[in-house]
Design a protein around this ligand. Sequence first.
Ligand SMILES: [Fe+2]
Length: 262
Amino acid sequence: MREVLPISVGAAASGLAVREHTLRTRAERLSAATLETLLNAIDANDSDTGAHVRRVAEYALILGKAAGLDERGLHSVERVALFHDIGKLHGALTDIFHDPSKLTPEERRAVMTHPQRGAEVLAPLSAFYPELAKGVAAHHERWDGSGYPHGLKAKRIPLEARIVSIADSFDAITHRRRYSHARTLSEAVEAIRQGRGTQFDPDLVDLFLSQAVLSRIERAMRRALGPKRKSENRRDGDRRTPAPDITFRWRPRSPASPTPDR
Ligand SMILES: [Fe+2]
């Protein structure tokens, strides 16, 4: 009997492994490309929102790491952070979000639809990222059940959304947006502390306010404001500020690309 069979089986197995690896790599690149395309669409529509979601993603990753999430969990948190406000791109809401004047009750009700609208935009990706649409839908839920759209309470709110909620509020307080002035780090810390157990997950707040996490958050915030902008930001938040980079790419980063400190 010829002895070629084991070699042929071995060669076939190795060919299959190579093919499987190639397919997996392609699938990973395609999914990263899809997410980057969505992010590009956010940037193209509103660069301020594009910078905001990147900052929120950076803060959320710092908190997620401190909470002991593994790589998979961290990617999940990053995706929810990057796309939490995608519902604001809806035509019915764009004018409202670009209008700096105080919201009417009707406009406020319209604004409150953005988590659900975002979840609807992302629904086709649910087969690949089951946490994404759910996390985005829940980013304005509150720990005490008084949030929207579903009034979810405590740990019924997805972890990604609980993390992003703190990061989002922190950025909304410390970075000037069209409808609000930037406030100081200590004002932000106080606001997060006051939301402990009402708006936010108390354990995550304790973690966020711990010395180690807060100093990382502060460094990230200073980087985002830029060295010369610390004092300028309060009176001119519309100037472009450097946005943190994302952790996924559909093609490898060039060697010159800076690696975010995460
Ligand atoms: Fe939001």
